[in-house]
Design a protein around this ligand. Structure first.
Ligand code: NYM
Ligand code: MG
Length: 216
């Protein structure tokens, strides 16, 4: 006879927002969390890099304060910053909370490979991380995102790098990705993200968590 245990309770969805810089990910992630909560889904906002941890502070020094680090070393720090969050993410998802995550390993690979690091080498440290259930890729021409406020403040916010990053993102595209036209109004994008997210929440409810990023 089937018994109901804590393990059989439905899990939350791992919803990822990816894209180049200044494409509206953080704005949309915040709005999405708020809306999903209103719709009755337990939902939490997550963000990479998480600059609040010790590893995250080293990353922030590199990105925002002009501190130099070896390209390979900083790549591993970004990955370590995801690994140090894995237990907490898993705990929330298993308890039924949906996570809306602002950037993840795809950013990790795209930005490092854009600097010239080997793509396969870049993927390796993130192998075995949780796999997102849905990746919403906010896409727009780089020329457009460059016009947005704040562009150029941090390392990597340059036309040539962003163009390469976008190409690499497209190479990393997987079947669970949904491409979103980020030049639309904030409200239209929001509606599309809510629609896709609700479908994903329902779809994965009874599926086990997947710890197989880039393993298959
Ligand atoms: N970035 C982000 C990486 O280079 N590797 C990573 O693994 C991640 C998660 O950091 N330009 C880059 C992308 C961004 C920068 O991200 C900071 P944000 O979302 O602006 O805080
Ligand atoms: Mg940024």
């Amino acid at each position: 006879m089937a018994t109901h245990s804590a393990e059989s309770r439905s899990r939350g969805a791992f919803i990822l927002l990816e894209g180049c810089d200044r494409t509206g990910k953080s704005t949309q992630a915040a709005k999405l969390v708020e809306r999903l909560q209103t719709l009755g889904h337990s939902t939490k906002l997550w963000k990479f890099p998480d600059r609040t941890t010790r590893i995250g502070q080293m990353i922030d020094g590199y990105l925002a304060k002009g501190e130099d680090l070896n390209d390979h070393a900083v790549h591993l720090l970004f990955s370590a910053n995801r690994w140090e969050a894995v237990e907490a993410m898993e705990k929330h998802l298993s308890a039924g909370t949906t996570l809306v995550v602002d950037r993840y390993a795809y950013s990790g690979v795209a930005f490092s490979a854009a600097k010239g690091l080997d793509l396969e080498w870049c993927k390796h440290p993130d192998r075995g991380l949780l796999r997102p259930d849905l990746t919403l890729f906010l896409d727009m021409p780089i020329e457009e995102s460059m016009k947005r406020g704040g562009f150029g403040e941090e390392r990597y916010e340059k036309l040539t790098i962003q163009t390469k990053v976008r190409e690499l993102f497209l190479q990393l595209r997987e079947p669970t990705w949904v491409m979103v036209d980020a030049t639309q109004s904030i409200e239209s994008i929001h509606k599309e993200l809510v629609h896709q997210s609700e479908k994903a929440i329902t779809r994965v409810r009874d599926q086990p968590l997947q710890h197989d990023l880039w393993l298959s």
